[in-house]
Write a protein that binds this ligand. Structure first.
Ligand code: G3P
Ligand code: MG
Length: 387
């Protein structure tokens, strides 16, 4: 998989410094001046999951603000502990997500402390895909996010459907996209689509499943073409399917409803459910598998390597080494498994997907289970001798 070395060559403009420059959004004063005695052991660092840890359904989890305040120096050592927010959510830019969370918590979180599911997809914009036409899946806002990452030609699902409404002859969520106002940077009659990026949970699963399948079964990404499939085997040397990337494997996630909701992983499972019968007769087993070319998001190595680079860059910037990294999450399969596989310490909270009594096994087992994020920070401070 190409991702790793593409990430290592990320352009220097990727501004993800891990500076916890805390300011309350409700009171004017910043927190107490941090105690920067160089002789002290390096501070522990934190990676906070968002949904089910800091917020639930757009509302702050009780204690979340207090937890961040402690990291900002409001602790017996009067020192700061670096932190990032590492979420599988997405669908808008890091800066706008950070601004929303700052308002919900009443404490300022900077865009450069924020890694969303598709942030590491920037690496793909440093490849030949930069100047090719890419299809983005998710709310329409992901088009601008992808352009912000450097992709020059980006088409959304609704734009594709607007090109020929017969592709999905049903009402479209958010109304028809007016093709005549289409983006002049591409022409679907002539331009092939070179990759599909699932950047966030699509609002209209049916529409996206139809369009993605059409594209995968097309001749080299030309939307209105189709490989000879019916009762026929794809020739062994058939051109590869255009690459399909997913930014988040979460099958479930937690909002303020009593039970977890399907996430992007649920959408991809539904897509697989359609792909399988379509490709059932294909002799080549690989063709029967949904051709996912790259998986981003927790617990993927692409995302944890990205976050580690940020930590490394931070310690080099502030000459302040980083101690143990604690991942505080509500989802054993993504937050904790990712932490365990990448040398971080996983802390599982009970305010989201994971419920007391749920069985967690293997690398989904955390170092400790605590009630909520405030308890998580206290547990770390005790463990690190900060209280
Ligand atoms: O779609 C969001 C969801 O998958 C989980 O987000 O913040 O819990 O990683 P988070
Ligand atoms: Mg979560």
């Amino acid at each position: 998989m190409l991702l790793h070395n593409q990430l290592l060559h990320l352009p220097q403009r990727t501004p993800l410094l891990l500076l916890s420059r805390c300011k309350s959004t409700t009171t004017s004063n910043a927190f107490k001046k941090p105690n920067l005695r160089p002789s002290l052991p390096p501070p522990p660092a934190f990676a906070f999951d968002m949904d089910g840890v800091l917020i639930r359904g757009g509302k702050a989890v009780p204690g979340a603000r207090r937890a961040i305040e402690r990291l900002c120096g409001d602790n017996p050592q009067n020192r700061e502990m670096p932190f990032i927010v590492l979420t599988n959510s997405g669908g808008e830019s890091e800066a706008s997500k950070a601004a929303k969370l700052s308002k919900q918590l009443g404490i300022e979180i900077k865009g450069d402390q924020f890694i969303v599911s598709h942030t590491p997809m920037q690496a793909l914009a440093q490849t030949a895909l930069r100047s090719k036409l890419v299809h983005v899946v998710g709310p329409d806002a992901v088009k601008d996010v992808a352009k912000g990452y450097g992709f020059e030609k980006v088409v959304t699902t609704r734009e594709i459907r607007a090109w020929d409404k017969r592709m999905w002859p049903y009402p479209v969520l958010g109304g028809d996209h007016d093709y005549h106002r289409h983006d002049p940077s591409f022409n679907l009659t002539t331009d092939p689509i070179s990759a599909i990026l699932i950047m966030h949970d699509p609002p209209d699963w049916g529409l996206d499943i139809q369009i993605i399948t059409d594209l995968l079964l097309s001749q080299n990404g030309h939307i209105s073409t189709r490989r000879p499939l019916h009762h026929a085997s794809l020739p062994a040397d058939h051109p590869p399917f255009i690459p399909l990337y997913s930014s988040n494997a979460d099958f479930l996630w937690s909002n303020d409803y009593a039970f977890p909701r399907f996430g992007q992983g649920g959408f991809v499972a539904a897509l697989r459910g359609v792909w399988a019968p379509l490709m059932r007769d294909q002799p080549n087993g690989a063709d029967r598998e949904l051709p996912i070319a790259g998986q981003f998001g927790k617990p993927s190595a692409a995302t944890y390597d990205f976050a580690k680079r940020v930590l490394a860059r931070n310690s080099s910037n502030t000459k302040d080494a980083i101690g143990t990294v604690y991942m505080v999450g509500d989802n054993p399969a993504s937050d904790i498994a990712g932490a365990n596989r990448h040398g971080w310490t996983g802390i599982l909270v009970e305010t989201g997907v994971y419920k007391q009594g749920d069985v967690v096994v293997g690398d989904e087992r955390p170092e400790v289970v605590v009630r909520d994020v405030e308890k998580a920070v206290e547990w770390v401070m005790r463990r690190e001798g900060w209280m």
